[in-house]
Design a protein around this ligand. Structure first.
Ligand SMILES: NC(=O)C1=CN([C@@H]2O[C@H](COP(=O)(O)OP(=O)(O)OC[C@H]3O[C@@H](n4cnc5c(N)ncnc54)[C@H](OP(=O)(O)O)[C@@H]3O)[C@@H](O)[C@H]2O)C=CC1
Ligand SMILES: O=C(O)CCC(=O)C(=O)O
Length: 476
């Protein structure tokens, strides 16, 4: 049984969860201890006790730890990628790529640890100095989803440790294996006891205990909108700093002047790769009427040619959906789209050679933003196609959503591209690129209902993981 890491010791849990392969549910990947609220308490107390030494350590010590983690992740990316693909279902190439990207995140923050900078501001009193310094927030609770089980933890753990915070980390209950390997790597790299704690288990128990724990100063969460909203309300009662990254229903516009050799592969990737299980997925495809039929014909043909199956098979492009619950949700949306009047292509369950949660990718044609299947995040391989007359209608349709994570436009016109970048109500805007597929060193986050609090990734992460202190000094 794989255990939790609390105060530098490996501990059994309250009970255990059997982690299974969504491509073949008869295959058990491992048995993972589920922590209790008491374990969370021990972890939070240990993180509090370890904070002064870690926050006061030389930035070089923190940098060296992160660099060692990066090197180990890179050296083992094929092995870790295989575990990730088996527990989450994305293809082996995607899983190895995700692991390599996580390594780059650790490497980037190894640099940031020694670059953290404040400010010296002239005082209005000539005999006084004013220094603005960045200090760690304290004990941070990190709660992550299953869809990027190495990369999203890396986005949070690396800056948290770089800036001198101590950590209580809860990964998704569906994907403990990747999180456990990452924890072993951090531990074996010499992370001091209590600085980094892993508490696996269910959100309702472990997540809830972290959010309500008085020793936890800040929470960074990635996951669904309802859980994020509830968590923010609960965290506010303890006056905790909160960062939420939640869902998306990301529009990508295809203008009449788009190059289909660019637009079709970009949208195929954005909508269906990672089985559409990305908050940045291109799930609303908004197409100008002059190019609509040619685009849809080509996208449909290429979508139907995508190979769905075992993610360890190198010829497979779409792995299984992560769980039965998620699959049933997706199939429900396929039925709903039909009831709402969309023409549905694909989307059926596929019985593979193994007992897995395979689903054919789906397009909902003749969709409108009034349809629930086009407004709500599905988080599966399903995308709506909306026909529009011109740029203004495309932009209005793109912005007609409660979400605002990522958006895109495919066009050869600099004027449309520029106008779209300026007027899109999303946190990230892509031109001639999928709405998904982000760099590891630039800000990630959304607007409206997609995000709350400051950005993740890149040097902007310092806004969340540090707190500013203004120091006045008078030498007499
Ligand atoms: N904007 C972004 O950056 C991203 C957003 N997402 C969003 O995440 C969702 C899919 O991930 P999923 O894991 O199902 O999302 P959930 O919101 O269900 O879970 C996210 C994490 O929160 C935990 N959790 C659940 N309930 C509570 C609670 N009451 N208190 C504290 N923690 C809790 C979960 O634990 P448990 O595993 O036990 O349920 C999990 O670790 C999608 O809606 C997607 O849009 C995903 C990736 C990126
Ligand atoms: O690309 C990534 O690493 C993660 C992006 C993400 O969180 C998502 O699309 O769900």
């Amino acid at each position: 049984m794989k255990q939790n890491l609390v105060a530098g010791a490996w501990l059994d849990g309250l009970d255990a969860v059997e982690n299974r392969n969504p491509a073949d549910v008869s295959e058990v990947i491992g048995l993972y201890a589920r922590a209790s609220a008491d374990h969370v308490d021990q972890a939070a107390q240990a993180a509090r006790a370890a904070l002064p030494a870690w926050a006061g350590a030389s930035p070089q010590v923190r940098s060296d730890l992160l660099e060692a983690v990066a090197q180990e992740l890179l050296a083992r990316k094929d092995e870790i990628g295989r575990v990730l693909a088996r527990e989450e279902g994305k293809t082996l190439a995607e899983a190895i790529g995700e692991t390599a990207r996580a390594a780059q995140v650790f490497r980037f923050f190894a640099g940031e640890a020694i670059r953290v900078a404040g400010d010296a501001i002239a005082s209005v009193r000539p005999d006084v100095d004013v220094d603005v310094v960045r200090e760690p927030v304290g004990v941070v609770g990190l709660i992550t989803p299953w869809n990027f089980p190495i990369a999203i933890p890396a986005w949070k753990i690396a800056p948290a440790l770089a800036y001198g915070n101590t950590v209580v980390f809860k990964p998704a209950d569906l994907t403990p294996a990747s999180a456990h390997i990452l924890t072993q790597i951090i531990h074996n790299a010499g992370c001091p006891a209590g600085v980094f704690n892993l508490v696996m288990g269910q959100g309702s128990v472990v997540g809830n205990a972290i959010v309500s724990h008085p020793q936890v100063d800040a929470i960074s969460f990635t996951g669904s909108v309802p859980v994020g909203r509830g968590l923010a309300v609960q965290a506010a009662k303890g006056m905790k700093k909160v960062q939420l990254e939640m869902g998306g229903k990301n529009p990508i516009v295809v203008m009449d002047d788009a190059d289909l050799d660019i637009a079709v592969p970009a949208i195929l990737n954005g909508a269906f790769f990672s089985t559409g299980q990305r908050c940045t997925a291109s799930s609303r495809i908004i197409v100008q009427d002059g190019i609509h039929d040619a685009f849809v014909d080509r996208l449909t043909a290429e979508m139907l040619a995508l190979k769905v199956g075992n993610p360890l098979d190198p010829s497979v492009q779409i792995g299984p959906v992560v769980s039965e619950k998620q699959l049933n949700g997706n199939l429900g949306y396929v039925d709903l789209a039909k009831q709402e009047g969309a023409e549905v292509i694909g989307g059926q369950r596929i019985q593979g050679e193994t007992d897995g949660y395979f689903q054919a990718p789906a397009l909902f044609l003749n969709a409108t933003n009034a349809m629930r299947s086009t407004r709500e995040e599905i988080f599966g391989p399903c995308a709506s196609v909306i026909k529009v007359a011109d740029f203004d209608e495309a932009l209005a349709s793109a912005n007609d959503t409660e979400f605002g994570l990522s958006s895109g436009i495919c066009t050869s016109s600099l004027k449309y591209a520029r106008e779209f970048k300026r007027r899109s109500q999303a946190g990230m805007v892509m031109v001639n690129l999928p709405t998904a597929g982000v760099d590891y060193h630039v800000p990630f986050g959304g607007r409206k209902g997609s995000s709350h609090g400051s950005r993740e990734q890149g040097r902007y992460a310092a806004e969340f993981y540090t707190i500013v202190k203004t120091a006045y000094s008078f030498a007499g």
